[in-house]
Ligand binder design. Structure first.
Ligand SMILES: Cc1cc2nc3c(=O)[nH]c(=O)nc-3n(C[C@H](O)[C@H](O)[C@H](O)COP(=O)(O)O)c2cc1C
Length: 202
């Protein structure tokens, strides 16, 4: 169902950008080799969507000069950037001809471009494009997942990069259910298992 859009006279773009920036996210490289040409962007709009079937999404600006080429890819690689990838992220968002210069990556047989030092990788194909205002929501089917050499993810928050302080996460305080997965409230005899459950649910 499409809900009619409303505009508020008090909702200026700066206010909206600040509000969107309050939500922290990871950053991914979305990249492919199309007809022998490397193409891709950095994107913080990546999110998991469905387990069955396995689906993920990201949003891309309708003004993107990369999307017309990237959308032609048979397979698209998603690489979750690691916390040492701040410079890499800026490079992937910078001038198109320099985006992959000096980066360690591999191109799969299907044309997905996956960064070596990512925290995780997804080999995907584009399933649907959904117009959404000044962006297109790109729904991707996941065919394969992998782990990279990276350990901790890069975090993007309020237009700046940050690191995740895992030590601050206390799984015992995650009561109830998250994303449909039962999260133990800390009553288990096995704290290590609790921690794992919380990670699964995240
Ligand atoms: C941290 C970060 C996150 C970004 N996330 C997105 C995103 O989710 N969607 C998007 O369209 N562009 C995003 N960009 C911008 C793109 O990486 C890229 O700079 C932009 O698409 C312009 O390049 P193009 O014309 O080649 O597409 C992001 C940039 C940075 C630095």
């Amino acid at each position: 169902m499409t809900v009619p859009s409303t505009t508020s006279p008090t909702l200026d773009q700066r206010t909206l950008r600040d509000a969107f920036g309050a939500f922290p996210s990871g950053v991914v490289a979305v990249a492919a080799s199309v007809k022998g040409q490397l193409t891709g962007i950095a994107a913080s709009s990546f999110t998991s969507v469905s387990i069955e079937p396995p689906l993920v999404s990201f949003s891309i600006s309708t003004s993107s000069s990369t999307w017309p080429q990237l959308r032609e890819a048979d397979r698209v690689g998603i690489s979750v950037l690691a916390d040492h990838h701040d410079v890499v992220c800026r490079q992937l968002a910078g001038p198109r001809e320099e985006r992959f210069a000096g980066l360690p990556f591999k191109v799969t047989g299907n044309g997905s471009v996956l960064l070596d030092e990512a925290v995780a990788t997804y080999d995907c194909s584009i399933r649907e494009e959904i117009g959404a205002g000044d962006h297109v929501i790109v729904l991707l089917e996941v065919h394969e997942v992998g782990g990279g050499d990276g350990e901790h993810p890069l975090v993007f928050h309020r237009s700046a990069f940050a690191k995740l302080h895992r030590d601050d996460l206390d799984p015992a305080r995650l009561d109830g259910r998250i994303n449909g997965a039962e999260v133990d409230g800390g009553s288990s005899d096995s704290p290590a298992q609790d921690h794992h459950d919380a990670e699964d649910a995240a």
